[in-house]
Design a binder for this molecule. Structure first.
Ligand code: AKG
Length: 254
């Protein structure tokens, strides 16, 4: 699914956009599944707006912004389980991480038209630090994205600098790391942006009349152990490629 050059690009730059990983039918299934999650959540106390707080926008503007975010989407709908372990995904992940690949968690992010909130620049590493830094996100695009509807931006090769101190563990100082500092990664529905959890990334607000829906799967080498006991999720440890050589040692006797 990817060439040696693409894998090399990922190692050098900390990110890689792969075109056409999912077909139209698979994308449609995931869009429907996402709608189902939002509808069901709206009937419970789970419906929440995950828009970033902070000082990157005046408070009045911030209040208008919406970002629908839910974790563990593969426990809500099987289309996400199929997507996270899709043969195309497994083929790519085994080239980027290695023969053994394990799921860490999944989530969905919906930026509605006109008022979809931005994601200030950050690394994912402070949320779930690991020893060997193999962790990477695969952001599956369910819509065409560009700068107008808040596509992802990355700072190429920023993963090489290692972990950087974040404000309250959440994001980087937006004056030092404005979103405009990143390289925008416009994509089509079905494309997947892979990026290491040390790669600085973010996304602008959705100022278009188009929705922007992404599903994000986070993966690691099973031998890359957490250095802090945080962000433990359902389904953590699901094998997506190869085998888990340390299952017994890590999990103990049970
Ligand atoms: O999808 C986006 O716009 C950003 C998502 C992101 O940065 C994250 O979940 O860490």
């Amino acid at each position: 699914m990817i060439t040696k050059e693409q894998a090399e690009f990922y190692r050098e730059n900390g990110y890689l956009l792969v075109k056409g990983v999912f077909n139209t039918e698979e994308i449609e299934m995931m869009r429907g599944a996402m709608e189902g999650i939002i509808e069901r959540a709206a009937k419970t106390t789970l419906d929440h707006n995950a828009a970033w707080q902070g000082d990157y926008l005046p408070q009045e503007d911030m209040k208008k912004l919406v970002l629908k975010g839910f974790h563990d989407v593969h426990y809500h709908d099987a289309s996400f389980t199929r997507a996270l372990s899709h043969p195309n995904m497994a083929a790519i992940l085994s080239k980027l991480i290695g023969p053994n690949v394990q799921l860490h968690h999944s989530k969905m992010l919906v930026k509605p038209p006109e008022n979809g909130a931005a994601f200030p620049m950050h690394q994912d590493a402070p949320y779930f630090p690991h020893e060997k830094h193999t962790m990477m996100a695969a952001s599956v695009h369910l819509d065409d994205t560009d700068e107008l509807n808040g596509c992802l931006s990355v700072i190429p090769a920023s993963h090489k600098a290692g972990p950087i101190a974040h404000i309250g563990q959440h994001y980087l100082n937006h004056k030092e790391y404005p979103i405009s500092m990143g390289t925008p990664c416009p994509a089509k529905a079905g494309d997947v942006l892979f990026f290491n959890y040390l790669t600085i990334h973010g996304s602008g607000p959705n100022r278009s009349d188009r929705i922007r829906r992404n599903v994000l799967f986070q993966y690691r080498d099973p031998e890359d152990l957490p250095s802090e006991d945080t962000h433990v999720n359902w389904g953590q440890g699901l094998m997506v490629c190869g085998e888990n050589p340390i299952f017994k040692a890590y999990k103990g006797a049970h």
